[in-house]
Design a protein around this ligand. Sequence first.
Ligand SMILES: Cc1cc2nc3c(=O)[nH]c(=O)nc-3n(C[C@H](O)[C@H](O)[C@H](O)COP(=O)(O)OP(=O)(O)OC[C@H]3O[C@@H](n4cnc5c(N)ncnc54)[C@H](O)[C@@H]3O)c2cc1C
Length: 250
Amino acid sequence: MIAAITASKRGHKVTLFEKEQSLGGQLKYAILPPGKKPLESFLIYLRKQVEKAGIIVKVGKTIKKNDIKKANPDVLILATGPRIKEIKIPGIEQVKELLYMPEVLLEKVKAGKHTLIVGGNAIACEVGEFLSSKGKKVIIVGEEEDLAVEMDLLNRAMLMQKLNEYGVNIVRKSKIQSLKDKSAIIEDSNGNITQVEFDSIIFITGYASDNNLYMEIKEYVKDIYIIGDAFKPGGIRQAVHRGYQTGLNI
Ligand SMILES: Cc1cc2nc3c(=O)[nH]c(=O)nc-3n(C[C@H](O)[C@H](O)[C@H](O)COP(=O)(O)OP(=O)(O)OC[C@H]3O[C@@H](n4cnc5c(N)ncnc54)[C@H](O)[C@@H]3O)c2cc1C
């Protein structure tokens, strides 16, 4: 949205495509964990600026190679977000209560009383806080020595305190070795094995850049940019900065 707004303000005719039914990408979910509500004003601001700039918005449209070839734009900016890293764990196909993080935050699906969150990043911890604040018994299993290391120190300290207060069980330096319906075998860095039972499990094991569409289309569009998490998973600040720079450069 920032790239579109900036380019539009500079006189370009911009069309914004979004495969979901509303604009916002991950920001729509980022505002849902406890304490994240203030971020919503940024989402509202972006949507308002898109509207004010007179950008043509087409939601519910997944852009594919042929759409781009047909539209033949002078400039193409891909801000299509990251790819979820593939999870290869023996037995994962037997797990029925494997929940998708955005649906959990939107409360489209109900997490079970005992929820296992796999992943030690900031999003995993925030989802842990979200669920434990609603009375769920949460276990977070992360491979790292410390959790949420990408967060700034103050917010991280507050989040860790909340997890502690809610009694979230944090298992560090460990990974899921195998799964079987509602139980997980966890191995720590010393090779010790424990078994954990759960009602639901959520994998939040990180994102990778996603340049698939870029590679497919780059020979057909002269001026093409890939920005935000699609270029490199970072955060809102990085995505905004690169979006703004791109809008200025074209
Ligand atoms: C729960 C959660 C909490 C977070 N908290 C923070 C935080 O506190 N601070 C922070 O800095 N970052 C946070 N983030 C990360 C941050 O939201 C992302 O880094 C940022 O939104 C990346 O922006 P983006 O525009 O690159 O990609 P995205 O926000 O992923 O947007 C990409 C959009 O492209 C659409 N799309 C993809 N492919 C197509 C296609 N072919 N056609 C049409 N549309 C398509 C997608 O539907 C999506 O709407 C959080 C993320 C989550 C999930």
